[in-house]
Structures are given as C-alpha cells and as structure tokens.
Design a protein around this ligand. Structure first.
Ligand code: NAP
Length: 482
C-alpha cells in the first residue's frame, strides 16, 4: 500500500472535512507497472455528491474578493512547487509515467495557478466608456455558480490544475470528480488545499467513486451551473444530452486525432526529435500526441528510419526506475487497443520499421508496449481513424500540399496538429486551413498555462489556459445605473 506524507488519509473531502462513503464501500487503485495494490479509496455516490454540491453552494454565498482569490492561487502554486517530487512520485505510482515526467507535470500544474494569480485582474469589473440611455454601465464577472470538474487519468494533476485555477479565480466553488484509475494524486492535492490554501469550507470538494452515479448527480442538480469535463468524446456526448434540461453550461476537452505533417523541406532531424518528445510523452497516452504521421513521399523512408533509430533507444520500464523513458500503459484495455491498431495496420499492408506485435497481456494491469514504428499506413486503418493512445507511430505518405491538407483534415476530431516545413510561405497558407485549434509549427509542443487551449468538432469546446480560460467559470452581469 502507498505511504506518503501527502496521503495521511485516503478519503474524499466535503465541506472542509475528510469523509468516507456512507456505506463504507471502497474501490481499489493499483500500480499499472506491477499490479500492486496502492490503496482502497472511498466509493461515494449520489447522496454524498448531493452534500458536496450543498457545501459548495453555501461557499458561493460567502463571496471572496479578488485579492483573497489571488492569495489562494499563490498559496497553491507554492504548495505544488514545494511538494513537486512527492506529488510526482504518487502520480507515477498510479499512472506509470516516468518520475521525471510526473514531477514535470506537477510544475506544469503549478503554472496554471501561477498564471491565474498573475492575471486575475482581467476579471475586475469594467465600466463602459459610453453612457447609453444616460446610465453608467458596469460589466461584472460573477462566479457562475457551483461547478463540477471531472478529470481523466492521463494527467492526474495537470487536468485539474487547468480547471481549478480558473474556477478559484472566478470564485466558483467546485465539486471535483477524479478518474477512478488515478484518484491518489488528487487526494494528495486536496491534502495541500486543506492545509495550505486558506480556502473556506465548501470552496473545493472531492467526490471519489463510480462515474455514472456521481456524473448523473452532478448533471441532474440545477445548483451545478457549469460542468467542465476532460475525457473521452463518447462520455462528453452523454453529458451534452444529459445537460439539456437545465441548460447547464459545459466545457468539454475531449479526444484528439492529431496529424503530424512533415514536408521534404523540413529539418528532418529536428522533426524526428520533436516527434519523439511529443509522441512518447505519457507513453503516448495524451490527447495532443501525434496520432497520424503524414510524411512527404520522397522522404518517408529516410524520416521513418530516423524516428525508428531514436525510438529504439528509449528505455521501457517501471517509471520509478532511473533512466526509464516510457512506462506501462494504463491497463489491459489500453494495451489491447494499441495492439489491435498495430495488428490491423500490418494485416492491411503497413510495414514495420521498428517493433512487432508484442503479444497478448497475461495480466490485467498495464503492460509494457514497446515503441513501434510502421509506414505505409492508409486511411481505412484503425490507427488512422481512432485515437491509438499508445506508443505506436503510424506513417502515411503524401504527395504535395493539397493532399497533405486534405489528409490532415480527414478526421472528425479537431484538437492539435503539427506542421514541419522550412518554407514560411507554405506555413502561412497551410495553417489557417488546418481544422485544429492548436497548431505547432516546427515544434511538437502541446499546451501551456499562458495560452488558450481547447477543441473543435468532436474534440469539444471551451478553452483552458490563457486569458480566455479565466472566463470559463464566470457569468457576466451587466449593471446600468441611472
Ligand atoms: P473517460 O473514460 O471519458 O473518463 C474521464 C472522466 O470522466 C473520469 O473521471 C471518469 O470517471 C469520468 N466519467 C466516465 N463516465 C462518466 C459519466 N457518464 N459521467 C460523468 N463522468 C464520467 O476518459 P479517460 O479514459 O479517463 O481519458 C482519456 C480520454 O481523455 C482520451 O480520449 C483523451 O484524448 C481525453 N483527453 C482530452 C484532453 C483535452 O484537453 N482535450 C486532455 C486529456 C485527455 P471513472 O474513471 O470513474 O470512470
């Protein structure tokens, strides 16, 4: 079982108190690297969720001013930085990513609180220059109400940081539902929030447990005015349908299917380095990682060899071991999905440049999938159409700019894309035509706290990060004064 000073108790958190499930039930969290049991976590349900929403609703009426909210954000930023290594360790144990990456994610998370603290003045009331109808008009950014924040397992602290920094900046009390695969990092974060952030009771609440009943309770409660969800598109679509009755506002950060486009005039070594960093982060289990690698036909052999050489040097293993670059996949179904994509590609004409079918998993936990590179991928293949979420690098050739563009946009998803070309004029023509809200030009970089990030099409809507993200949990109230 996990031992940590940041986990003095493994409990949920409602109204400033640590709590278990009413019926004392719990679910298990295991280490994907070895299947070891890490903890038993309370399995809350609708009744406890209702109490969490009630506590948040009470906190709403206590109304904290902007200076106080800035202090909360600064305190959380500091607490995360001071506990970076230990939080990173907990994260690695339950997620599997290498510890350096886990600790890096903690700093990334701190960056959102830091950014929100430094830019919270954007939420100050604004008096209009004009005085229509003889009135003075003031536009206020009020907290939108109680907000539900639902997060996935692939960034156990990064994803909540995006949401919570903005909800606290807005003064909107939150009920947080973490993924049942990685709730321990969240509990550790709540230990810090409880001890060090100076938040009033009810401002943040944590409900751990089965998604269906908790999700339904949040959806069905009219006090919850905004539901911010990061996860799969299918669940996001259920939330859209379920939120119709009381017109709840949704922010949806859903799946991706990122194209990584390499023209022959690109610096191929740089593109290969960037692809490695982008694709193998989190074991390839990120929404922004390259899913379809489109390479100009004249250089695809050369480029795929460069990528394969680099990928072959990656060390796969338990993320707590020194020198490991790639941890396990999160569970058996994650492993089997990558394997299905590889088998399907090879059966339909793709050629392996590095790696082969690693065979079925013997156990339920994680499973180490080695870095695998294939070329000759076509659009009918599963790895083209679906998000693979693993260390498979599928390459498809293209001829010329218009085919590259048409292939890149050939997806219902719209989240991130990457373009590698040495021709600036081409990039200026190409980027506006890409149906992706995030486009890395000669970089495989994903989001950062300073810039807005979010999806279009089946990747969702709303923005997190940047000034735009600060407005996700406010309700604009306009007051003309006669
Ligand atoms: P998921 O299965 O959709 O789960 C996400 C979260 O939603 C978890 O906390 C889950 O709880 C909960 N959930 C599941 N069903 C629910 C329901 N009916 N009502 C309310 N909550 C529900 O996704 P995942 O497998 O954890 O995450 C991987 C997906 O997230 C990928 O598609 C990835 O692309 C996407 N993602 C997108 C972004 C982005 O910024 N666009 C970022 C990261 C990840 P349980 O764990 O208890 O089931």
């Amino acid at each position: 079982m996990i031992e940590s000073p940041l986990l003095p108790r493994i409990q949920a958190y409602i109204g400033g108190e640590w709590v278990g499930a009413d019926d004392a039930t719990a679910f298990q969290v295991t280490n994907p690297a070895n299947g070891a049991l890490l903890a038993e976590v309370p399995a809350l349900g609708p009744r406890e969720t209702d109490r969490a929403v009630a506590a948040a609703s009470d906190a709403l009426h206590r109304d904290a001013d902007l200076a106080t909210r800035r202090e909360w954000l600064e305190a959380i930023d500091t607490a995360l930085r001071e506990n970076q290594q230990e939080l990173g360790r907990i994260l690695t144990l339950e997620h599997g990513k290498p510890h350096a990456e886990g600790a890096g994610e903690v700093l990334y998370a701190a960056g959102f609180f830091n950014y929100a603290a430094r830019h919270i003045d954007f939420l100050k009331p604004r008096e209009l220059d004009e005085q229509p109808r003889g009135c003075t008009w003031t536009v206020h950014n009020r907290p939108a109400g109680v907000v539900g924040l639902v997060t996935p397992w692939n960034f156990p602290i990064g994803m909540i940081a995006k949401k919570l920094s903005a909800s606290l900046a807005a003064g909107a009390p939150a009920v947080v539902k973490p993924s049942s695969k990685t709730p321990l990092t969240m509990i550790a974060l709540f230990t810090l929030l409880h001890r060090e952030a100076g938040l009033p009771p009810g401002m943040v609440n944590l409900v751990t447990g089965a998604a269906g009943p908790i999700g339904d309770a949040l959806l069905g409660d009219p006090r919850v005015r905004v539901l911010s969800f990061t996860g799969s598109t299918s669940v996001g679509q259920e939330l859209i349908r379920g939120s119709a009755d009381d017109c709840k506002r949704l922010t949806l950060e859903l799946g991706g299917n990122a194209p990584f486009i390499v023209f022959a005039d690109a610096d191929l070594d740089h593109a290969a380095d960037q692809l490695l960093a982008n694709k193998f982060r989190g074991g390839g289990q990120t929404c922004v990682c390259a899913n379809r690698i489109l390479v100009e036909a004249s250089v695809i052999d050369r480029f795929s060899e460069k990528v394969a050489e680099r990928a072959a040097r990656l060390r796969v293993g338990d993320g707590m071991e020194d020198g490991v670059d790639l941890g396990p996949l999160i569970d058996r179904s994650g492993y089997e999905k990558v394997r299905r994509h590889l088998q399907d590609a090879l059966a339909n004409g793709a050629v392996s440049v590095l790696g082969d079918d690693p065979g079925p998993l013997e156990q339920d936990h994680g499973g180490f999938f080695p870095p695998t590179v294939v070329r000759g991928v076509t659009r009918d293949m599963a790895c083209w159409q679906e998000e693979t979420f693993g260390p498979l690098v599928p390459m498809a050739p293209f001829e010329g700019e218009s085919q590259a563009l048409e292939m890149a946009n050939d997806t219902d998803f719209g989240l991130a894309a990457y373009l590698f070309t040495g021709d600036g004029e081409r990039a200026e023509r190409f980027i506006p035509r890409l149906q992706f809200p995030h486009v890395g030009w000669n970089t495989g970089s994903g989001p950062t706290p300073e810039a807005p990030f979010g999806g279009m099409k089946l990747s969702g809507y709303g923005r997190e990060g940047g000034i735009e993200g600060l407005f996700e949990f406010v309700e604009t109230q306009t007051v003309p004064r006669g």
